[in-house]
Design a binder for this molecule. Structure first.
Ligand SMILES: [Zn+2]
Ligand SMILES: [Zn+2]
Length: 334
């Protein structure tokens, strides 16, 4: 089968993903194999391709928003049948026995493994997944719409929960790409007033169409104090102004896996009066099930830009240069 792999990480414009031929994987015990239909392009894939994240093994296949059709069952599987449409997310495996797993915090498992980083992902024709970590895909979403739900959607949902937004509260969203536009809709569906700050004019238009109360480019802060904020842009210099925009007692959650350095903070201006700054690390399977249920109930509108699977480097380059209006999705012709 054809597959993209990370060969030597570096600037995306030099095309760090290379095209290889691989044997079709055989599902092991507890695993199912999918024929890949679509795979979302996440910013984490870009961090991996460019070397901001160190590959966990050489020539890993990226991609952790994989939608496919089960075409082979490994020994001992029971959740899915051949022909089922299944999604493969970022969280690939947790140990189940460490202090975090047993406390319902498997996102902090000390032996966590990730799709498209520890184990091969979806920039290819066939992928295998441990069935316990796969999701059934709600019928109302197409293959292209469903892909971004699997990381962008789930992580955005966890970030929203980590931001401790009160009912009917005022939420600031900094950066408005694949993850943010989904979290914003969940928040609005729950009654929040959403303010969006992004430097992309197209993203500001999308935010306004989806119902944001205000949209801005960051030259001025949001027009009212925020109960909660989520930083989706991987830009540490946005942390101080986002903290300053919070109401006393407010929370800023940082959603990304990578962030440029945060400038020094001033205790009185940025943190005093019980402002909280927190990170978001992966997600639990519970987050995933809750999000997919909420997304299907609304339903969320998923803004995607399709690329052929053969154009993975192009899609990553467009993401790097903020030229993707919504979520990039690789569609498999293979
Ligand atoms: Zn664990
Ligand atoms: Zn991701």
């Amino acid at each position: 089968m054809k597959a993209w792999v990370v060969d030597s990480p570096g600037p995306i414009d030099a095309n760090p993903l290379v095209h290889v031929e691989r044997p079709v994987p055989v599902p092991g015990a507890g695993e199912v194999r999918l024929h890949v239909r679509t795979c979302g392009v996440c910013r984490t894939d870009l961090h991996l391709a460019e070397g901001d994240l160190t590959p966990r093994h050489h020539r890993v296949v990226p991609g952790h928003e994989v939608v496919g059709i089960v075409d082979r069952l490994g020994p001992g599987t029971e959740r899915f049948r051949e022909g089922d449409r299944v999604g493969v997310p970022w969280l690939a495996w947790t140990c189940g026995v460490c202090r975090f797993c047993t406390a319902g915090r498997e996102n902090l498992c000390t032996d966590l493994r990730f799709t498209g980083w520890d184990i091969d992902g979806g920039y290819t024709e066939y992928a295998v997944v441990n069935e316990e970590f796969a999701y059934a895909i709600p019928e109302r979403f197409t293959d292209e719409e469903a892909a971004p739900l699997l990381c962008a959607g789930i992580i955005g949902y966890r970030a929203l929960r980590r931001s401790r937004l009160p009912a009917g509260g005022r939420l600031g969203i900094y950066g408005f790409g694949g993850s943010a536009h989904l979290a914003a809709q969940i928040a609005m569906g729950e009654g929040a007033r959403v303010h969006v700050v992004t430097r992309s004019a197209a993203a500001r238009d999308l935010a306004a169409r989806l119902g944001a109360v205000s949209v801005g480019d960051g030259t001025a802060g949001p027009p009212e104090p925020l109960d909660s904020a989520i930083l989706f842009a991987p830009v540490g210099t946005l942390v101080p102004p986002a903290l300053e925009a919070l109401e006393r007692g407010g929370t800023l959650a940082i959603a990304g896996i990578h962030l440029t350095d945060i400038p020094s903070l001033n205790y009185e201006r940025h943190l005093f009066e019980e402002r909280v700054l927190c990170s978001v690390t992966a997600n639990t399977r519970q987050d995933g099930h809750e999000f997919l249920e909420a997304a299907a109930a609304l339903p969320v509108r998923v803004s995607t830009v399709a690329y052929g699977m053969d154009r993975a480097n192009r899609a990553l380059a467009d993401l790097a240069h903020d030229q993707v209006d919504g979520a990039a999705v690789l569609v498999n012709p293979w």
